[in-house]
Design a protein around this ligand. Structure first.
Ligand code: TXA
Ligand code: MG
Length: 347
């Protein structure tokens, strides 16, 4: 199949309206459309149509037990897909929608089980991206969309990254520029009496607690848990470059020295993903991807997946990545970096 590429500069232009009309019709007729959101690009299908949703799994190579997020853009869509919204979920929606927060609630019978990965619950998000909203409204149905990457690769934060993985496999990609957040949404399970953060994102634990009150939240560390996976997607290897990625705390003198030693020692091509300050101190033969200045952690988060994809593109054989403070969006950034590093790769 030939993938049609459309770029939207101004959502209010007549060109944009025509693109939205055409791609929304494609969604209604069971095609896949990749579209921008403020977090990462999504691979959309009609969330009510099992056959269309099944295409998402086949195209990404995604395990069938990994449920999808339904994207909505008006209140009436929510009522169609969930069974009741409790007070905690309502407060979170008021505070953070539209935006990068996904809320898990009991699903209604209208949601096919392929969409929810066989679970009795469904994840719902109202994205802030105006392109995403226009597409959802024009299609008239909730749009099921995982990140628009091949399973196991980093989520795409640009249309070019979508095409890298899915060109020729999907009907359309809408280019809305680079994603502002660059990490996937925060996922909160609101089905129990105490909400649980299943995946950290730019809506932080502190922000959620400010809305719900202290001690109102559990954090669920899936990597270190033997419990039944609650966010099935978190158990799979994600965000990973093809080559090993090793985390380095550059503030720890021993680690910094060990890094220098390994840089001198190896015959492999080496990459480094980190702050401007650290990159400035490294030798020229290392391929450095500057995420941001140390103080600009939001920007670092927004650039991470691009950096990992770049390392793959250049066939870098060994990657070192600087650690960032584990607070605010740093928690989400470090969560993705630890997953990219896998189990053992800490200097
Ligand atoms: O920012 C985002 O969330 C992006 C954009 C496109 O919206 N989407 C995204 O989707 O990252 P995906 O499929 O790559 O990640 C969804 C995560 C997975 O870890 C999945 O297991 C979890 O949400 N999830 C989905 N439905 C769930 C449910 N009913 N219960 C628990 N976890 C669920
Ligand atoms: Mg994903």
């Amino acid at each position: 199949m030939k993938t049609k590429y459309y770029k939207i500069q101004d959502i209010n232009s007549s060109e944009a309206q025509a693109i939205i009309t055409e791609t929304a019709l494609a969604l209604r007729t069971g095609e896949l459309v990749a579209f921008p959101t403020e977090t990462v690009y999504g691979l959309g299908a009609n969330g009510f149509e099992a056959a269309a949703v099944a295409k998402i799994f086949a195209t990404k190579g995604r395990p069938g037990d990994n449920p999808l997020i339904l994207h909505i853009a008006k209140q009436s869509m929510l009522a169609e897909i969930v069974q009741g919204v409790n007070v905690r979920a309502e407060l979170l929606m008021e505070a953070f929608w539209p935006g990068p927060l996904t809320i898990v609630l009991p699903k209604s019978a209208a949601v096919p089980s392929v969409t929810s990965g066989g679970l009795a619950t469904v994840a719902v998000r109202w994205p802030a991206s105006l392109i995403a909203q226009a597409l959802i409204l024009a299609s008239g149905v909730p749009i099921a969309a995982p990140s628009a990457n091949t399973s196991g690769r980093p989520s795409p934060t640009s249309a070019a990254a979508v095409l890298e993985d899915l060109d020729g496999k999907i009907a359309y990609v809408i280019d809305g520029g680079d994603c502002a957040v660059g990490l996937e949404s925060t996922v909160v399970d609101c089905t129990g009496s105490i909400p649980i953060v299943l995946r950290p994102g730019s809506v932080t634990q502190e922000m959620i607690e400010a809305v719900l009150g202290e001690a109102s939240l559990q954090s669920f560390d899936l990597e270190n848990s033997v419990d039944v996976p609650r966010a099935p997607g978190m158990k799979y290897r994600h965000y990973a470059p093809r080559s090993p990625l090793v985390l380095v705390d550059v503030n720890d003198e021993n680690q910094w020295l060990e890094l220098q030693r390994q840089l001198n020692d190896t015959s492999k091509s080496i990459g480094f993903i980190g702050s401007k300050e650290s990159c400035d101190k490294l030798p020229e033969n290392i391929f450095c991807f500057v995420l941001a200045k140390k103080q600009e952690i939001d920007r670092a988060a927004a650039n991470l997946f691009k950096a990992i994809r770049k390392m793959d593109e250049l066939n870098i054989e060994l990657i070192f990545a600087e650690t960032w403070p584990d607070v605010g969006i740093g928690t989400a950034l470090m969560n993705r970096l630890r997953k990219a590093a896998g189990n053992s790769n800490i200097l």
